[in-house]
Design a protein around this ligand. Structure first.
Ligand code: EPZ
Length: 430
């Protein structure tokens, strides 16, 4: 079966709101994590052989990353939730403008292509409209490892024809994909590379674990200092399982806390959710844990709360939009402080059209007064996570809503309408 199993579906979700009724019921599964599979796929091009990945979500970002790998000469195929990359022969190191601009995660490939082929040419990566997304930390790190950088207005080239050298890199700002991209490239450097002030996200640890399964010597992933020692890489013996998506888990639990009689979210890696579970406690939401499943019921009343996004293990910025929906329904004054991205609160203006009382007092702070009932509206999402939050708002609203730009939601959530309708949401595409 081809990699490209995602069909070209309709671009708008039509949702009939529950009008505040808390009637959702059943089980909703969490799929493999988008932000773990993308770096793993980018890393697979370092391996002169075949890698198999299991629990791969059927999302369009995976399709786009697959295209970039194929452009570089790899063979990519998919059977069910298993994706195979054969990177025995990698020839190209010029990234397609259109595909690379469709996803920010294309930046992950610059490290592996540079390390594998000695050069990489790429456009400024695209992706979500959630604020400024510079790439200076990547460029600086690769320069520190001996690469030279050149660029015109929108196309850049990094080259290191004799390979990358060892060295010590300090990340001025904690960056998730920056840590991943430099860590993967460093596996082919000629001497040890030490990375300081690294991102601690579980997705970084997962990327390191995949590389370790290919023979890499990486010490300290999940801590601020990661040391990568030179070693030969070879095809992994076993398939690599993609970790569960902790943002999906947080979003589905938020759905349950808003609108469920009883919703069980399955396939959760509970230890990745400390900050999210703590936030639910403050909101007054009781959760029942059972292994990898969590059951949630919408409480009578949500408590107002002050949340602040932070690098892992703090509250994840990608879980902020669904939690803003919860805060709009809490009894009193809440605050959401978005500390990572300066444009990420903009989507809340659309929630105000649905009835929310949200005051954006700075690019990083929204004051929210609740509870406010919502009325259905036609809204276009600017990004993946705001898109799911709009769906949650539409689910609790009175009347019909249309959430446009569904293709952005498809970038990160597989078969979302099937999973939601299975627990009682009235949803279709058009
Ligand atoms: C990753 O993006 C995720 N993407 C994002 O998920 C997530 O929101 C973000 O980490 C924060 O957790 C993937 O993993 C594919 P950063 P990333 O570099 O790595 C600044 C989603 O919806 N910075 O950690 O691009 C940057 O501006 C998404 O799934 C520089 O200044 O984010 C930001 O303020 C969206 N220079 C901060 O670092 C650089 O060169 C952290 O961003 C790079 C980043």
């Amino acid at each position: 079966m081809s990699l490209y199993t995602v069909e070209m579906p309709g671009t708008t979700f039509v949702i009939e709101g529950l009008e505040g009724e808390k009637t959702l019921e059943g089980t909703i599964p969490v799929y493999g994590a988008k932000n773990a599979v993308l770096p793993a796929l980018a890393a697979s091009i370092l391996i002169e052989g075949e890698s198999r990945f299991e629990n791969v979500p059927d999302i369009t970002d995976v399709v786009a990353m697959g295209r970039l790998l194929e452009d570089a000469g790899a063979f990519v195929s998919r059977t069910g939730d298993t994706l195979t990359v054969n990177a025995k022969a990698v020839h190209g190191s010029v990234m397609s403008n259109t595909t690379a601009k469709s996803l920010r995660a294309s930046i992950l490939l610059i490290g592996s292509l540079l390390a594998r082929t000695g050069s990489v040419t790429f456009p400024h990566p695209g992706g979500d409209v959630i604020g400024e997304r510079p790439i200076d930390l990547f460029i600086r790190a690769f320069e520190q490892l001996g690469a030279t950088f050149s660029g015109s207005s929108d196309t850049y080239t990094l080259s290191a024809p004799k390979g990358l050298s060892g060295g010590e890199i300090f990340f001025r700002v904690v960056t998730v994909t920056g840590t991943e991209a430099v860590m993967m490239a460093a596996t082919r450097a000629s001497a040890p590379v030490t990375l300081k002030n690294c991102a601690l996200e579980p997705e970084v640890v997962s990327t390191a674990n995949y590389l370790i399964s290919c023979g890499a010597r990486i010490i300290g992933a999940g801590t601020p200092t990661i040391v990568i020692h030179p070693s030969a890489l070879s095809a992994p013996q076993e398939a690599f399982g993609i970790m569960p998506d902790r943002i999906e888990a947080a979003s589905f639990l938020a759905l349950g806390a808003l609108a469920a009689r009883e919703l069980t979210v399955t396939g959760i890696e509970v230890k990745h959710l400390d900050a999210v579970l703590d936030a639910f406690t403050y909101l007054g939401v009781e959760l029942q844990m059972s292994g990898n499943a969590i059951t949630v019921r919408a409480p009578q009343e949500l408590h107002p709360t002050r949340l602040r996004t932070h690098e892992y293990p703090g509250f994840p910025t990608d879980a902020h939009p669904p939690f803003v929906i919860l805060l709009t329904q809490a009894m009193g004054d809440s605050v959401m402080i978005e500390s990572i991205f300066d444009g990420r609160l903009n989507y809340t203006k659309e929630l105000v059209r649905m009835g929310a009382s949200i005051d954006i007092v700075s690019p990083h702070r929204a004051n929210i007064k609740g509870p406010t009932p919502f009325t259905g509206a036609n809204i276009d999402t600017p990004d993946i996570r705001a898109g799911l939050a709009f769906m949650l708002a539409a689910i609790i609203a009175k009347g019909k809503s249309k959430v446009g730009n569904a293709h952005l939601i498809d970038r990160g959530y597989a078969k979302i309408e099937d999973r939601l309708s299975a627990v009682g949401v009235k949803i279709r595409r058009e």
